[in-house]
Design a protein around this ligand. Sequence first.
Ligand SMILES: Cc1cc2nc3c(=O)[nH]c(=O)nc-3n(C[C@H](O)[C@H](O)[C@H](O)COP(=O)(O)OP(=O)(O)OC[C@H]3O[C@@H](n4cnc5c(N)ncnc54)[C@H](O)[C@@H]3O)c2cc1C
Length: 302
Amino acid sequence: MSWWSEFADRIEPDAPIGLSTWFQLGGSARYLFHPRDIDDLASLLARAGQEDVPFKVLGAGANVLVSDDGFDGVVVRLDSDTFRTTSRRGDSWEVGAGADLPLFAHQCCDQGFSGLECLAGIPGSIGGAVRMNAGGRSGELGDVVREIDTLRSDGFAETLTHDQIGFGYRHTELGDRIVLSARLALERDDPDRLKGRFDELLQEKRRAQPLGDKSAGCVFKNPEGHAAGALIDRAGLKGKRCGRAQVSERHANFIVAQEGATASDVLGLIDLIRERVRRAFGIELEEEIDIWRPVNTPKVHV
Ligand SMILES: Cc1cc2nc3c(=O)[nH]c(=O)nc-3n(C[C@H](O)[C@H](O)[C@H](O)COP(=O)(O)OP(=O)(O)OC[C@H]3O[C@@H](n4cnc5c(N)ncnc54)[C@H](O)[C@@H]3O)c2cc1C
């Protein structure tokens, strides 16, 4: 009997998770787990821990690049109804980590609750967006998160307050905790005004970013005092290709995957960009996207 046989009807072995990311490339997970509820997830984490099987959690896959070798462990996906519910008490909302961020943000605007309209055009799940503190110039999800429920890697449940989460620029201090749900404090406002703002930001994004292409959004964080996209552009890299991966012509901080691209193409382009920007400006770019490399794989420098 295998260590995971008690979870067998919720586990897919050799699941092609790379294809369900926004890049739609990369390898498979040894196991893909769809927990029924929190207890089920806690039991799996405990069993995997006893067996030294590593785990990762995948939200909507809008900020992840899975290497061509995939992930040799358990990937958790919070896609059962238990993890996708939303409820409201007064101005406080409770949202499951598996809920769809754009859908929820739109729903809040429709119902006259302000705070998420600044996230228009950002794909993802609530869990992934909390983890990444998703946002932009107009605001970040962390601005409205009051507290979150999490599971630690040992299966222990923990509620964290806003300050304990350690929100920063595309950063939190969550380590390998899994976000289960978030409580948000939203303010009442006029639905028409909110929807107008939402649509305005969405149009702005559509003009500036290749939203219809396969990508994971901005590849690099903006270094202090600079825009990563402008540095990449000034280094002459707009349109640069590595295999079937290309620096977007529309926004130089996006890498877009064309038909037939591999994760290695994207990784090669990331290394090339980092090297050229370092050489041109002496600035070290830090990745914003989460790259799921096989353990002990050295980075290739061009
Ligand atoms: C076209 C496009 C435009 C984008 N524009 C923006 C933008 O303007 N601003 C911005 O901030 N981002 C942007 N992004 C990136 C992305 O949308 C955000 O980072 C989003 O929050 C990712 O959510 P996700 O559910 O897809 O997370 P995933 O990509 O699935 O995961 C991202 C990280 O969060 C972790 N994670 C996922 N779920 C959980 C959970 N429940 N608990 C703990 N950890 C978890 C993953 O392990 C991974 O480390 C863009 C992406 C695309 C493709």
